[in-house]
Structures are given as structure tokens and as C-alpha cells.
Write a protein that binds this ligand. Structure first.
Ligand code: A2P
Length: 351
């Protein structure tokens, strides 16, 4: 094996039909991974759907087919080319190294490896070159909020140097998983029927409410979801000097995260310049009232679609080199499943 082969780990895949495993295939992200693989005609020779013992023996949809779900704990990963993991950090920590040792390239949607120096953290449109160094055979898929933010901010950073980011998120419940989707539906129906809303997944009622709490509270007063925006932004943009100030809020929306983002740049960027850069950026669609386009929302634009939508692009009245943007995307697609499949496509096309 060459030095480069050792650095990258995994078998040559170009031009072959591949054995692809989806771990967490019954979950909110896993089922979208399956549909994105089918939609984009990924070169799947064999698809293995894996989940816990609880759902083994059931079926999941893959294109026009149904695939039987198998138990991850008893599955032999030998022969798997690419494994897409979205079953939580504990499952990734235990099983991703086993799949990689068996020769698979693992694309992991959990936060288990994102901060490890020898695991690349990659947004397909932003830093695809980072895929080239994956000594452990594991690639990390960024957090959904960071993902959509950086698809929009990377072109502005390249042009004018972002020094500081202020972001408040409005995150949908699908980011928490299938049980959270059910909880929002159940609480909404209960309240409309004059019944009490019982919180189970979230600490307080989510229906008709907003919750300034994502993940766990840390010693510094921030939540883990907020700190992901700080750490992951620096790693993906390769710039530890970028200051990020984040507030994560969960809102009663099923699919699609929104973000009110204010940036401060080293060089002045006008709203018109930013709009032009964003219109030319891969993966971005500008929807902006200032040019007669209105504004994007999760329901009207993002849900079920691929792009990162950007609107409300305007100069910050309180800062000479400040810009405000409103960034909306489907957190399950670009924020998770779509990016994972895009990374798989890049891996599969390597010589
Ligand atoms: P299962 O349906 O068998 O519980 P979500 O984030 O939408 O809740 O989905 C989580 C996904 O991770 C599901 O597919 C779930 O499978 C899977 N999962 C959770 N725990 C395990 C485990 N210990 N082993 C394998 N898969 C797991």
C-alpha cells in the first residue's frame, strides 16, 4: 500500500458497485440516507440496513425495494466498502473502528470523533480536500447547524476573512431524532384537545413553545450544541482565530433549521457583494426580499430539499464591517444525510 493509500485507508472503489452499510437505518437520518443514496443513484451493489436488535427483521425502503433490517451487534462488517453511521455516539465509538478495521470507510454522523485530529470533519462544498487524510478510515460528518452555516459562510470567509460569528439557531425537533418528532406531534394534538402535554424527550413542553437548550449544559454555561458551533467551525475552516458566539434554541418545527447569523469581517463586504458571492456558491440558494425574492423558511423552502437557503442579507447598522444573514436548510438532508452521501460519493470517486 502506498503512503497515500495508508493515509486514506479503504479499498479502491472507483467504477465498482459497492457494498454500503447504513447503521441506524430505522432512524430519522438513516432513512433519509437510504432515500438520498437511491435518489442520487449511488453505485450500490449491496445495501445492508443495520439497527438495534429491537428492529432487526423489520423492513426499510431503499428506492423501490424493501430491505430487511439486520442487528448491528451480530453483523460481520467484512466486505463493506462504505458505512454510513447515524445511531448515536456510543454506537459509533463501539462499532465504527470495527468497520474501519475490516476495510470500510466510515462516514460518521455522530459527534464521537469530530474533534479528533486524525479524523477529518468535512462539508462537501467547503473542505473536500480534508478527506484525503483519514488515517483511521473514519470521516466525521459535521453537526447540522454548523453544516448549513458554513455552506453559506465559507465563500464570505474566503473573500473577506470572517473574524467573528454571532449565531442564534431555531432548530427543528427532527434533529433530536424520531422520538422527538413523535413528541411534537403528540403534544400538539393533546393541547388542541385540551389535554396536558407530557414532556418526555425534551425537559419541558416543545409544542407551542421555544426551548433555549440543545444537548447538555457544560461547565462554561454554554450547551454542547452551542460549543459544537464553535469547535467545528474552526476545524472545518482551518482557522482557530475565528470567534463564535452561539445560542441554540429548539423550536416547534418538524424539519428544517433556521439561523440568524451576524458576521464581522476583516475586509468590508457590502450586502450586494455578499449576495453575489452567495449566488455563485455551490449548494446555496439566495432568497432575498431585497431583490424581490421574499425570504426562506423551513416550511416554504427547506423541508425535503437539498440547498442551504440564504435571505435577509443586510449590512449591520451597528458595525462597519458587519453583515446579517438568515440561513435555512433541511437539517436531516444537508445537515446530515445528504452531506454524508456527498462524502461517500467523493470517496467512491477516488482513484
Ligand atoms: P432502532 O430503531 O433499532 O432503535 P433516531 O435518532 O431517529 O432516534 O434513530 C436512531 C437510530 O439508531 C435507529 O435506527 C436506532 O435503531 C439506531 N440505534 C440506536 N441504538 C442502537 C444500537 N445499540 N445498535 C444499533 N442501532 C442502534
Amino acid at each position: 500500500m502506498t503512503m497515500q493509500g495508508r493515509a486514506m485507508r479503504g479499498r479502491a472503489m472507483r467504477g465498482r458497485a459497492l457494498k454500503v452499510a447504513v447503521v441506524g437505518a430505522t432512524g430519522a437520518v438513516g432513512e433519509t440516507m437510504l432515500s438520498v443514496l437511491a435518489e442520487r443513484k449511488f453505485p450500490v451493489g449491496e445495501l445492508v440496513a443495520l439497527a438495534s436488535e429491537r428492529s432487526a427483521g423489520g423492513e426499510v425502503a431503499f428506492g423501490n425495494d424493501e430491505v430487511m433490517v439486520r442487528d448491528l451487534a451480530t453483523f460481520d462488517p467484512a466486505g463493506v466498502d462504505i458505512a454510513l453511521f447515524s445511531a448515536g455516539g456510543d454506537v459509533s465509538r463501539e462499532y465504527a473502528p470495527k468497520f474501519a478495521a475490516a476495510g470500510a470507510v466510515v462516514i460518521d454522523n455522530s459527534s464521537a470523533f469530530r474533534r479528533d485530529d486524525d479524523v477529518p470533519l468535512v462539508v462537501a462544498e467547503v473542505n473536500p480536500e480534508a478527506l484525503g487524510r483519514r488515517p483511521r478510515g473514519i470521516v466525521a460528518n459535521p453537526n447540522c447547524s454548523t453544516m448549513q452555516m458554513l455552506v453559506a459562510l465559507a465563500p464570505l470567509h474566503r473573500a473577506a476573512g470572517i473574524e467573528r460569528i454571532n449565531v442564534a439557531t431555531y432548530q427543528s425537533v427532527s434533529g433530536t431524532g424520531r422520538r422527538a418528532l413523535e413528541e411534537l406531534g403528540r403534544q400538539t394534538a393533546a393541547l388542541l384537545n385540551f389535554q396536558p402535554a407530557e414532556p418526555a424527550v425534551y425537559p419541558v413542553q416543545i409544542a407551542f413553545n421555544v426551548i433555549p437548550h440543545g444537548g447538555d449544559f457544560l461547565d462554561n454555561g454554554y450547551t454542547s450544541e452551542e460549543m459544537k458551533l464553535v469547535w467545528e467551525t474552526r476545524k472545518i475552516l482551518g482557522d482557530d482565530s475565528i470567534r463564535v458566539n452561539a445560542t441554540v434554541v429548539r423550536v416547534p418545527v418538524f424539519y428544517g433549521h433556521s439561523e440568524a447569523v451576524s458576521i464581522e469581517t476583516r475586509d468590508k463586504l457590502t450586502a450586494a457583494q455578499a449576495r453575489a458571492l452567495l449566488e455563485a456558491a455551490p449548494g446555496v440558494e439566495v432568497v432575498d426580499e431585497a431583490v424581490g425574492g421574499g425570504y426562506p423558511t423551513p416550511v416554504t423552502h427547506a423541508s425535503g430539499r437539498d440547498p442551504v437557503y440564504v435571505g435577509r442579507i443586510r449590512e449591520d447598522l451597528s458595525h462597519p464591517r458587519g453583515l446579517n444573514l438568515w440561513i435555512v436548510s433541511d437539517n436531516i438532508r444537508k445537515g446530515a444525510a445528504l452531506n454524508a452521501v456527498q462524502l461517500a460519493e467523493l470517496v467512491a470517486s477516488e482513484a
